[in-house]
Design a protein around this ligand. Structure first.
Ligand code: 0WD
Length: 259
């Protein structure tokens, strides 16, 4: 039985009701986890309001804090809140990424230095940074899950800069798993099939990609946020106690095909 009762789970990356992080948060909640949610703050507080309205009733998070992963103080504040309110953390969901549009279509060789470092900082470096902040709080062991995509392994049209970020992210999973295994902290990634979200809409030709998957994937469809959420709940549960450093494909089988 998948049971996360008694577990404290911090979920990053909820932007709206299409976000993969929202699918994950709902499934962790359904499995009995106690939820904390971070949001990306903006100057006018619109994001905070939107995310609060979305999550408040369905999952009643006991922690709701801002966390821009480019801001070290905010990261520390968020984990200080976890320490004060919960004392221990069991689950960390890293479900965020960003690349400027210039890196998500056109020539890979034209990507600017600035766009490259910004994408890698937000989408790749942040996993290690958050994992490092979580580590001392995972004093009874823990599970860290991040989100990746096939474009980190193969050259998928237009995924360009984010492909490099995801390749780095998948390697970070392995190094973090090696570091944290002796503390019984497991680190894994889910490689999700393409899903229509705010982030994916920035990738050139995403709808064509989704249609292609619907034609070619063994299951002849794409996946849902709920299916990704279920896989995340599994990886965070004791049912997955022997699994670390892995990339689990939740993509209707697309990855095995020769296109
Ligand atoms: O097809 C897809 N949608 C797939 C997404 C397939 C496979 C993997 N993924 C990955 C993404 O690369 C990302 O790592 O899943 C993760 C979640 O993406 P999503 O659910 O597709 O996208 P979205 O709902 O837009 O959430 C990403 C969020 C941001 O939203 P916006 O759209 O406002 O950028 O990442 C957060 C933000 O909430 N985010 C940040 N959080 C903290 N600090 C930052 C930041 N600096 N930048 C973006």
């Amino acid at each position: 039985m998948l049971n996360l009762s008694g577990k404290n789970a911090l979920v990053t990356g909820i932007a709206n009701n299409r976000s993969i992080a929202w699918g994950i948060a709902q499934q962790l909640h359904a499995a009995g986890a106690n939820l904390g949610v971070t949001y990306l703050p903006d100057e006018k507080g619109r994001f905070e309001k939107k995310v609060r309205e979305l999550v408040e009733e369905p999952i009643a998070p006991s922690i709701f804090v801002p966390c821009d992963v480019q801001n070290d103080e905010q990261i520390q504040e968020a984990f200080n809140t976890v320490a004060d309110k919960w004392g221990k953390l069991d689950i960390l969901i890293h479900c965020l990424a960003f690349a400027d549009k210039e890196g998500l279509s056109g020539d890979f060789s034209a990507i600017s230095r600035q766009a490259f470092s910004q994408a890698l900082e937000i989408s790749t470096y942040s996993l290690g940074r958050l994992a490092g902040a979580a580590k001392p709080l995972m004093n009874e062991g823990g599970s860290i899950v991040t989100l990746t995509y096939l474009g980190g392994v193969r050259a998928i049209p237009n995924y360009n800069l984010m492909g490099v970020a995801k390749a780095g992210l998948e390697m970070s999973v392995r190094y973090l798993a090696a570091e944290m295994g002796p503390h019984n902290i497991r680190v894994n990634a889910i490689s999700a099939g393409p899903i229509r979200t705010l982030a994916s809409s920035a990738v050139g030709g995403i709808l064509d990609m989704i249609h292609h998957v619907e034609e070619v994937a063994p299951l002849r469809r794409t996946v849902t946020q709920t299916e990704v959420g279920n896989a995340a709940a599994f990886l965070c549960s004791d049912l997955a106690s022997g699994i670390t450093g892995q990339v689990l494909y939740v993509d209707a089988g697309y990855e095995i095909m020769g296109m």
